[in-house]
Design a protein around this ligand. Sequence first.
Ligand code: CNA
Length: 370
Amino acid sequence: MSKARLSRDRRVAPVGVSRVTRSSMMSPQDCERSRAPDSGLLDELSLMSVSEQQASAARKGSSKPALSSPSGRSVSRGTLETISRLIKLGRVRNIVVVAGAGISTASGIPDFRTPGTGLYANLAKYDIPYPEAVFNIDYFSDNPHPFFSLAKELYPGHHRPNYVHYFIRILHQKGLLLRMYTQNIDGLEKLCGIPDDKLVEAHGSFATAACHLCYTPYPAEEAKQAIMNGSVPICTFCAGAVKPNVVFFGEDLPEKYFQHAEDFPKADLLMIMGTSLKIEPFASLINTVKSPVPRLLLNRDAVGPFERRPLRRADYMELGDLSESVRKLAEILGWHTEIQTLMNSNENSLYSYSSSSGENSGDSETDSMH
Ligand code: CNA
Protein backbone atom coordinates (compact mmCIF):
# COMPACT_ATOMS: atom_id res chain seq x y z
CA MET A 1 0.00 0.00 0.00
CA SER A 2 1.44 3.40 -0.90
CA LYS A 3 1.80 5.91 1.87
CA ALA A 4 2.33 9.63 1.96
CA ARG A 5 3.11 11.66 5.01
CA LEU A 6 2.11 15.18 5.77
CA SER A 7 4.97 17.63 5.56
CA ARG A 8 4.69 21.33 6.21
CA ASP A 9 7.08 22.86 3.72
CA ARG A 10 6.90 22.18 0.01
CA ARG A 11 10.62 22.82 -0.37
CA VAL A 12 11.48 19.95 1.93
CA ALA A 13 11.23 16.55 0.26
CA PRO A 14 8.77 14.82 2.55
CA VAL A 15 8.58 11.12 3.22
CA GLY A 16 6.53 9.44 0.51
CA VAL A 17 6.32 12.39 -1.87
CA SER A 18 8.48 10.90 -4.58
CA ARG A 19 6.29 7.80 -4.53
CA VAL A 20 3.12 9.83 -4.75
CA THR A 21 4.47 12.01 -7.51
CA ARG A 22 5.84 9.09 -9.45
CA SER A 23 2.53 7.28 -9.37
CA SER A 24 0.89 10.34 -10.89
CA MET A 25 3.44 11.12 -13.58
CA MET A 26 2.57 10.66 -17.23
CA SER A 27 4.33 8.33 -19.62
CA PRO A 28 6.22 10.00 -22.55
CA GLN A 29 3.35 8.88 -24.83
CA ASP A 30 0.81 10.51 -22.56
CA CYS A 31 2.88 13.69 -22.55
CA GLU A 32 2.94 13.73 -26.36
CA ARG A 33 -0.81 13.16 -26.55
CA SER A 34 -1.40 15.80 -23.95
CA ARG A 35 0.57 18.34 -25.97
CA ALA A 36 -1.94 18.09 -28.78
CA PRO A 37 -5.13 19.70 -27.50
CA ASP A 38 -7.89 20.58 -29.94
CA SER A 39 -7.58 23.92 -31.65
CA GLY A 40 -10.71 25.36 -30.06
CA LEU A 41 -9.35 24.76 -26.60
CA LEU A 42 -6.01 26.30 -27.55
CA ASP A 43 -7.89 29.31 -28.82
CA GLU A 44 -9.63 29.66 -25.49
CA LEU A 45 -6.39 29.16 -23.63
CA SER A 46 -4.60 31.81 -25.65
CA LEU A 47 -7.27 34.19 -24.42
CA MET A 48 -6.63 32.94 -20.92
CA SER A 49 -2.95 33.74 -21.09
CA VAL A 50 -3.87 37.23 -22.19
CA SER A 51 -6.31 37.46 -19.32
CA GLU A 52 -3.41 36.63 -17.03
CA GLN A 53 -1.68 39.78 -18.19
CA GLN A 54 -4.79 41.61 -17.09
CA ALA A 55 -4.65 40.06 -13.61
CA SER A 56 -0.96 40.65 -13.37
CA ALA A 57 -1.35 44.28 -14.42
CA ALA A 58 -4.20 44.69 -11.95
CA ARG A 59 -1.98 43.26 -9.23
CA LYS A 60 0.65 45.84 -10.02
CA GLY A 61 -2.00 48.52 -9.76
CA SER A 62 -2.51 49.45 -13.43
CA SER A 63 -6.23 49.33 -13.92
CA LYS A 64 -6.49 49.26 -17.73
CA PRO A 65 -3.72 47.26 -19.29
CA ALA A 66 -3.42 47.40 -23.07
CA LEU A 67 -4.09 43.90 -24.26
CA SER A 68 -3.56 41.99 -27.41
CA SER A 69 -3.72 38.26 -27.90
CA PRO A 70 -0.72 36.23 -29.10
CA SER A 71 -2.30 36.37 -32.55
CA GLY A 72 -2.48 40.16 -32.39
CA ARG A 73 -6.25 40.32 -31.90
CA SER A 74 -7.43 42.70 -29.26
CA VAL A 75 -9.04 40.87 -26.40
CA SER A 76 -11.47 42.01 -23.80
CA ARG A 77 -12.40 38.69 -22.22
CA GLY A 78 -11.33 38.32 -18.60
CA THR A 79 -10.34 35.22 -16.69
CA LEU A 80 -13.71 34.37 -15.29
CA GLU A 81 -15.43 34.99 -18.61
CA THR A 82 -12.98 32.63 -20.30
CA ILE A 83 -13.43 29.86 -17.75
CA SER A 84 -17.17 30.36 -17.86
CA ARG A 85 -17.10 30.08 -21.65
CA LEU A 86 -15.19 26.80 -21.50
CA ILE A 87 -17.83 25.44 -19.14
CA LYS A 88 -20.77 26.73 -21.15
CA LEU A 89 -19.36 25.35 -24.41
CA GLY A 90 -19.19 21.93 -22.78
CA ARG A 91 -15.40 21.76 -23.10
CA VAL A 92 -15.17 21.15 -19.38
CA ARG A 93 -16.84 18.08 -17.91
CA ASN A 94 -14.47 16.83 -15.25
CA ILE A 95 -13.53 19.54 -12.81
CA VAL A 96 -11.19 18.74 -9.96
CA VAL A 97 -11.36 21.24 -7.11
CA VAL A 98 -8.36 21.61 -4.81
CA ALA A 99 -9.19 23.58 -1.68
CA GLY A 100 -7.69 24.90 1.52
CA ALA A 101 -8.51 26.90 4.60
CA GLY A 102 -9.26 30.06 2.55
CA ILE A 103 -12.62 28.62 1.43
CA SER A 104 -13.79 28.60 5.05
CA THR A 105 -12.62 31.98 6.31
CA ALA A 106 -15.97 33.46 5.19
CA SER A 107 -17.59 30.95 7.58
CA GLY A 108 -15.60 32.47 10.44
CA ILE A 109 -12.83 29.83 10.63
CA PRO A 110 -9.36 31.34 10.53
CA ASP A 111 -6.84 29.88 8.08
CA PHE A 112 -3.23 29.08 9.05
CA ARG A 113 -1.16 31.76 7.44
CA THR A 114 -3.08 35.00 6.90
CA PRO A 115 -1.07 37.56 8.86
CA GLY A 116 -2.93 38.81 11.93
CA THR A 117 -6.04 36.61 11.72
CA GLY A 118 -4.49 33.20 10.84
CA LEU A 119 -4.17 30.50 13.49
CA TYR A 120 -0.38 30.67 13.39
CA ALA A 121 -0.47 34.30 14.45
CA ASN A 122 -2.77 33.53 17.37
CA LEU A 123 -1.34 30.52 19.11
CA ALA A 124 0.47 32.31 21.95
CA LYS A 125 -2.34 31.34 24.33
CA TYR A 126 -1.47 27.66 23.80
CA ASP A 127 2.12 28.12 25.04
CA ILE A 128 3.75 26.04 22.29
CA PRO A 129 7.37 26.34 21.10
CA TYR A 130 6.48 27.03 17.43
CA PRO A 131 3.08 27.32 15.67
CA GLU A 132 3.20 24.03 13.76
CA ALA A 133 3.77 22.15 17.04
CA VAL A 134 0.02 22.17 17.58
CA PHE A 135 -0.31 19.76 14.62
CA ASN A 136 2.92 17.82 15.22
CA ILE A 137 2.39 14.20 16.19
CA ASP A 138 5.56 13.97 18.34
CA TYR A 139 4.63 17.11 20.21
CA PHE A 140 1.08 15.76 20.67
CA SER A 141 2.52 12.57 22.17
CA ASP A 142 4.26 14.63 24.85
CA ASN A 143 1.51 17.16 25.37
CA PRO A 144 -1.92 16.77 23.76
CA HIS A 145 -3.47 19.76 25.55
CA PRO A 146 -2.64 22.54 23.04
CA PHE A 147 -4.27 20.57 20.21
CA PHE A 148 -7.28 19.71 22.36
CA SER A 149 -7.76 23.38 23.30
CA LEU A 150 -7.69 24.29 19.62
CA ALA A 151 -9.87 21.30 18.69
CA LYS A 152 -12.62 22.60 20.97
CA GLU A 153 -12.90 25.57 18.67
CA LEU A 154 -12.44 23.67 15.41
CA TYR A 155 -14.93 20.84 16.05
CA PRO A 156 -17.68 20.82 13.41
CA GLY A 157 -21.03 22.13 14.58
CA HIS A 158 -20.03 25.74 15.21
CA HIS A 159 -19.80 26.95 11.64
CA ARG A 160 -21.86 27.01 8.48
CA PRO A 161 -20.83 26.43 4.87
CA ASN A 162 -20.59 29.62 2.82
CA TYR A 163 -21.22 30.59 -0.80
CA VAL A 164 -17.96 29.01 -1.98
CA HIS A 165 -18.94 25.60 -0.59
CA TYR A 166 -22.34 25.84 -2.29
CA PHE A 167 -20.71 26.83 -5.58
CA ILE A 168 -18.78 23.54 -5.44
CA ARG A 169 -21.96 21.66 -4.61
CA ILE A 170 -23.61 23.19 -7.69
CA LEU A 171 -20.67 21.98 -9.79
CA HIS A 172 -21.57 18.52 -8.51
CA GLN A 173 -25.29 18.96 -9.17
CA LYS A 174 -24.52 19.96 -12.73
CA GLY A 175 -22.47 16.80 -13.20
CA LEU A 176 -19.24 18.75 -13.58
CA LEU A 177 -17.40 17.82 -10.39
CA LEU A 178 -15.06 14.87 -10.84
CA ARG A 179 -13.76 15.23 -7.27
CA MET A 180 -13.04 17.78 -4.59
CA TYR A 181 -9.72 17.41 -2.76
CA THR A 182 -9.80 19.44 0.43
CA GLN A 183 -7.17 20.03 3.09
CA ASN A 184 -9.85 21.29 5.43
CA ILE A 185 -10.90 19.48 8.55
CA ASP A 186 -13.98 21.57 9.30
CA GLY A 187 -16.50 19.23 7.65
CA LEU A 188 -18.23 22.09 5.82
CA GLU A 189 -18.03 20.35 2.45
CA LYS A 190 -20.18 17.49 3.75
CA LEU A 191 -22.47 19.87 5.59
CA CYS A 192 -23.29 21.74 2.39
CA GLY A 193 -24.19 18.46 0.70
CA ILE A 194 -21.15 17.42 -1.34
CA PRO A 195 -21.51 13.64 -1.28
CA ASP A 196 -18.86 11.40 0.20
CA ASP A 197 -17.89 9.82 -3.10
CA LYS A 198 -17.11 13.25 -4.58
CA LEU A 199 -14.96 14.32 -1.65
CA VAL A 200 -11.44 13.51 -0.53
CA GLU A 201 -10.66 14.93 2.90
CA ALA A 202 -6.91 14.65 2.41
CA HIS A 203 -6.01 15.79 5.91
CA GLY A 204 -8.68 13.74 7.64
CA SER A 205 -11.57 14.97 9.75
CA PHE A 206 -13.16 14.94 13.20
CA ALA A 207 -15.72 12.35 12.09
CA THR A 208 -13.72 9.43 13.52
CA ALA A 209 -11.11 9.05 16.27
CA ALA A 210 -8.37 6.59 17.22
CA CYS A 211 -5.43 6.10 19.52
CA HIS A 212 -2.47 8.06 18.14
CA LEU A 213 -0.09 5.24 19.17
CA CYS A 214 -1.81 1.93 18.32
CA TYR A 215 -4.58 3.30 16.04
CA THR A 216 -7.30 1.38 17.90
CA PRO A 217 -10.56 3.09 16.91
CA TYR A 218 -12.37 5.03 19.61
CA PRO A 219 -15.98 6.29 19.49
CA ALA A 220 -15.76 9.75 17.95
CA GLU A 221 -18.60 11.17 20.04
CA GLU A 222 -16.98 10.02 23.29
CA ALA A 223 -13.66 11.53 22.22
CA LYS A 224 -15.47 14.79 21.47
CA GLN A 225 -17.20 14.84 24.86
CA ALA A 226 -13.89 14.24 26.68
CA ILE A 227 -12.12 16.97 24.71
CA MET A 228 -14.98 19.41 25.26
CA ASN A 229 -14.83 18.67 28.99
CA GLY A 230 -11.11 19.44 29.05
CA SER A 231 -9.96 15.85 29.58
CA VAL A 232 -7.82 13.55 27.43
CA PRO A 233 -9.60 10.52 25.92
CA ILE A 234 -7.50 7.45 26.67
CA CYS A 235 -7.14 4.31 24.53
CA THR A 236 -8.62 1.30 26.29
CA PHE A 237 -6.03 -0.96 24.63
CA CYS A 238 -2.66 0.80 25.21
CA ALA A 239 -3.53 3.86 27.33
CA GLY A 240 -2.22 6.24 24.65
CA ALA A 241 -3.99 9.55 24.01
CA VAL A 242 -6.86 9.30 21.53
CA LYS A 243 -7.19 11.99 18.90
CA PRO A 244 -9.68 12.76 16.14
CA ASN A 245 -8.43 11.39 12.81
CA VAL A 246 -7.12 14.74 11.65
CA VAL A 247 -3.79 14.17 9.88
CA PHE A 248 -0.84 15.69 11.74
CA PHE A 249 2.60 16.51 10.37
CA GLY A 250 4.47 13.20 10.33
CA GLU A 251 1.32 11.07 9.90
CA ASP A 252 0.13 9.11 6.89
CA LEU A 253 -2.59 10.50 4.66
CA PRO A 254 -5.87 8.58 4.34
CA GLU A 255 -6.20 5.80 1.79
CA LYS A 256 -8.71 7.82 -0.23
CA TYR A 257 -6.08 10.44 -1.00
CA PHE A 258 -4.44 8.01 -3.45
CA GLN A 259 -7.46 8.26 -5.71
CA HIS A 260 -5.65 11.34 -7.06
CA ALA A 261 -3.55 9.09 -9.33
CA GLU A 262 -6.69 8.34 -11.34
CA ASP A 263 -8.53 11.63 -10.95
CA PHE A 264 -5.96 14.27 -11.85
CA PRO A 265 -5.03 12.85 -15.27
CA LYS A 266 -8.79 12.81 -16.09
CA ALA A 267 -9.38 16.45 -15.12
CA ASP A 268 -10.16 18.95 -17.84
CA LEU A 269 -10.19 21.92 -15.45
CA LEU A 270 -8.46 22.33 -12.11
CA MET A 271 -9.87 24.91 -9.72
CA ILE A 272 -7.51 25.78 -6.88
CA MET A 273 -9.17 27.73 -4.11
CA GLY A 274 -8.02 29.31 -0.85
CA THR A 275 -4.74 27.53 -0.25
CA SER A 276 -1.15 28.65 0.18
CA LEU A 277 0.04 25.37 -1.44
CA LYS A 278 2.64 25.05 1.30
CA ILE A 279 1.81 21.59 2.61
CA GLU A 280 3.15 18.50 0.89
CA PRO A 281 2.35 16.10 -0.61
CA PHE A 282 -0.99 17.82 -1.23
CA ALA A 283 0.55 20.91 -2.88
CA SER A 284 2.22 18.87 -5.63
CA LEU A 285 -1.06 17.34 -6.73
CA ILE A 286 -1.73 20.36 -8.90
CA ASN A 287 1.26 19.44 -11.08
CA THR A 288 -0.27 16.14 -12.08
CA VAL A 289 -2.91 17.38 -14.52
CA LYS A 290 -2.07 17.06 -18.20
CA SER A 291 -0.20 19.99 -19.70
CA PRO A 292 -2.93 21.75 -21.74
CA VAL A 293 -5.45 21.49 -18.92
CA PRO A 294 -6.37 24.91 -17.53
CA ARG A 295 -5.61 25.54 -13.88
CA LEU A 296 -7.52 28.38 -12.30
CA LEU A 297 -6.27 29.82 -9.02
CA LEU A 298 -8.84 31.71 -6.96
CA ASN A 299 -7.02 33.14 -3.96
CA ARG A 300 -6.08 36.34 -2.22
CA ASP A 301 -2.49 36.07 -3.42
CA ALA A 302 -0.45 34.19 -6.02
CA VAL A 303 0.87 30.93 -4.58
CA GLY A 304 2.97 27.93 -5.61
CA PRO A 305 3.69 27.79 -9.36
CA PHE A 306 1.45 30.83 -9.87
CA GLU A 307 4.18 32.98 -8.29
CA ARG A 308 6.56 32.22 -11.16
CA ARG A 309 6.87 34.24 -14.37
CA PRO A 310 6.06 33.46 -17.05
CA LEU A 311 3.10 31.44 -15.98
CA ARG A 312 2.51 28.00 -17.46
CA ARG A 313 0.51 28.53 -20.64
CA ALA A 314 -2.89 27.40 -19.38
CA ASP A 315 -2.57 28.84 -15.89
CA TYR A 316 -4.85 31.55 -14.86
CA MET A 317 -5.69 33.35 -11.66
CA GLU A 318 -8.25 35.68 -10.21
CA LEU A 319 -6.80 37.33 -7.14
CA GLY A 320 -8.85 38.88 -4.37
CA ASP A 321 -11.52 37.80 -1.94
CA LEU A 322 -12.61 34.26 -2.77
CA SER A 323 -16.31 34.73 -2.06
CA GLU A 324 -16.37 37.73 -4.38
CA SER A 325 -14.49 35.95 -7.18
CA VAL A 326 -16.68 32.86 -6.90
CA ARG A 327 -19.81 34.94 -6.87
CA LYS A 328 -18.63 36.79 -9.99
CA LEU A 329 -17.96 33.48 -11.73
CA ALA A 330 -21.38 32.18 -10.68
CA GLU A 331 -23.03 35.32 -12.04
CA ILE A 332 -21.27 35.00 -15.37
CA LEU A 333 -22.33 31.37 -15.55
CA GLY A 334 -25.90 32.35 -14.68
CA TRP A 335 -25.87 30.17 -11.56
CA HIS A 336 -26.02 32.78 -8.84
CA THR A 337 -29.76 32.60 -8.07
CA GLU A 338 -29.66 28.82 -8.08
CA ILE A 339 -26.77 28.81 -5.59
CA GLN A 340 -28.49 31.36 -3.38
CA THR A 341 -31.72 29.33 -3.36
CA LEU A 342 -29.90 26.10 -2.59
CA MET A 343 -27.91 27.80 0.15
CA ASN A 344 -31.01 29.29 1.78
CA SER A 345 -32.96 26.07 1.74
CA ASN A 346 -30.04 23.97 3.00
CA GLU A 347 -29.19 26.49 5.71
CA ASN A 348 -32.83 26.55 6.84
CA SER A 349 -32.90 22.79 7.20
CA LEU A 350 -29.49 22.75 8.94
CA TYR A 351 -30.67 25.48 11.26
CA SER A 352 -33.90 23.71 12.17
CA TYR A 353 -31.96 20.45 12.71
CA SER A 354 -29.40 22.09 15.01
CA SER A 355 -32.12 23.98 16.91
CA SER A 356 -34.13 20.81 17.50
CA SER A 357 -31.02 18.78 18.41
CA GLY A 358 -29.76 21.52 20.74
CA GLU A 359 -26.59 22.06 18.67
CA ASN A 360 -25.08 25.50 18.40
CA SER A 361 -26.65 27.18 15.38
CA GLY A 362 -23.31 28.78 14.62
CA ASP A 363 -23.29 32.49 14.00
CA SER A 364 -19.92 32.82 12.31
CA GLU A 365 -19.13 36.13 14.00
CA THR A 366 -19.81 35.00 17.53
CA ASP A 367 -18.25 31.58 17.03
CA SER A 368 -15.05 32.70 15.41
CA MET A 369 -11.91 32.16 17.37
CA HIS A 370 -10.99 35.77 17.79
P1 CNA B 1 -3.12 28.45 4.66
O1 CNA B 1 -1.69 28.10 4.56
O2 CNA B 1 -3.55 29.23 5.84
O3 CNA B 1 -3.49 29.26 3.33
C1 CNA B 1 -4.77 29.81 3.12
C2 CNA B 1 -4.74 30.60 1.81
O4 CNA B 1 -6.04 31.07 1.57
C3 CNA B 1 -3.80 31.82 1.84
O5 CNA B 1 -3.09 31.91 0.62
C4 CNA B 1 -4.76 32.99 2.02
O6 CNA B 1 -4.29 34.18 1.42
C5 CNA B 1 -5.98 32.47 1.31
N1 CNA B 1 -7.23 33.06 1.81
C6 CNA B 1 -7.68 33.07 3.08
N2 CNA B 1 -8.89 33.67 3.15
C7 CNA B 1 -9.18 34.06 1.88
C8 CNA B 1 -10.27 34.74 1.28
N3 CNA B 1 -11.33 35.14 2.00
N4 CNA B 1 -10.23 35.00 -0.04
C9 CNA B 1 -9.18 34.59 -0.79
N5 CNA B 1 -8.11 33.94 -0.30
C10 CNA B 1 -8.12 33.67 1.02
O7 CNA B 1 -4.04 27.15 4.57
P2 CNA B 1 -3.90 25.88 3.61
O8 CNA B 1 -5.25 25.32 3.48
O9 CNA B 1 -3.14 26.15 2.38
O10 CNA B 1 -3.00 24.92 4.50
C11 CNA B 1 -3.38 23.64 4.68
C12 CNA B 1 -3.64 23.31 6.14
C13 CNA B 1 -4.52 24.31 6.80
C14 CNA B 1 -4.40 22.05 6.23
O11 CNA B 1 -3.62 21.05 6.80
C15 CNA B 1 -5.65 22.31 7.05
O12 CNA B 1 -5.97 21.25 7.88
C16 CNA B 1 -5.33 23.53 7.80
N6 CNA B 1 -6.45 24.36 8.25
C17 CNA B 1 -7.73 24.02 7.98
C18 CNA B 1 -8.77 24.82 8.43
C19 CNA B 1 -10.18 24.41 8.13
O13 CNA B 1 -10.48 23.22 8.10
N7 CNA B 1 -11.08 25.37 7.88
C20 CNA B 1 -8.49 26.00 9.13
C21 CNA B 1 -7.16 26.32 9.40
C22 CNA B 1 -6.14 25.50 8.95
